[in-house]
Design a protein around this ligand. Structure first.
Ligand code: SAH
Length: 200
């Protein structure tokens, strides 16, 4: 097999993989800190566990299987440099946003629907613009994926996977936050959108 960097298909796979590793690096410390921070309340449910697995599969497992085993290669399609470059820009933007949101949330971050001891509502910085900037970052990743991976299944599995998590979770998360923070959260919802500043 000949691997050529001058091929946008190969370059797209490499760029996607670099993005994944970057994300793992960004998540490493928040993951460790959050384990030390006691959970005071949780809204984790079987549906939440299921949707996290679906998201993980779509954004990670399916692309990895395609890249490393060539499974589902019957669904491969052509690639070109413009689309690959566009995907790389979206993925890079997603990683920058991940870093910003982790910095802003700090110890309040959880991988799932948890509230920490002494949980404070963050409404400044990036959280002044939208309520779910980390989910905006995941959407950017999901949308970047079909531009980087020239396979219909590996490309679109991210949108399906993260979309499932997003739509099953966001309402539950807002309900949990409203129960905890009451009017403070309701006011915050009045001034902000969910994902795209001023639009959605
Ligand atoms: N939905 C947010 C955060 C994702 S992490 C985003 O997309 O940026 C999920 C956890 O973050 C939730 O369990 C909740 O406890 C916490 N969280 C969400 N919004 C928050 C906020 N504005 N301030 C503090 N914690 C928040």
């Amino acid at each position: 097999m000949e691997i050529s960097l001058a091929d946008p298909i190969v370059a797209g796979k490499i760029l996607w993989f670099v993005g994944l590793v970057t994300w793992l690096v960004i998540r490493y410390r928040p993951n460790r800190t959050s384990r030390k921070n006691k959970i005071s309340k949780t809204a984790r449910s079987p549906v939440e566990t299921f949707s996290m697995m679906v998201s993980f599969t779509g954004l990670g497992i399916v692309p990895l299987i395609w890249i490393f085993t060539g499974e589902v290669s019957a669904f491969d399609h052509a690639a070109n440099w413009i689309l690959t470059l566009f995907g790389a820009i979206l993925f890079a933007w997603s990683m920058v946003l991940f870093r910003i949101t982790h910095k802003a949330l700090g110890a309040m971050w959880s991988v799932s629907l948890d509230l920490r001891e002494g949980h404070k509502l963050v409404t400044s910085g990036i959280y002044e613009k939208v309520r779910h900037p980390m989910y905006s970052a995941f959407w950017l990743w999901a949308v970047a994926q079909p531009f980087l991976l020239s396979n219909w299944i590996a490309g679109f599995s991210g949108i399906i996977g993260f979309g499932t998590l997003y739509f099953l979770r966001v309402g539950q998360e807002e309900k949990m936050m409203e129960q905890e923070f009451g009017d403070q959260y309701r006011d915050y919802c009045q001034r902000t959108k969910r994902i795209i500043p001023g639009i959605f």
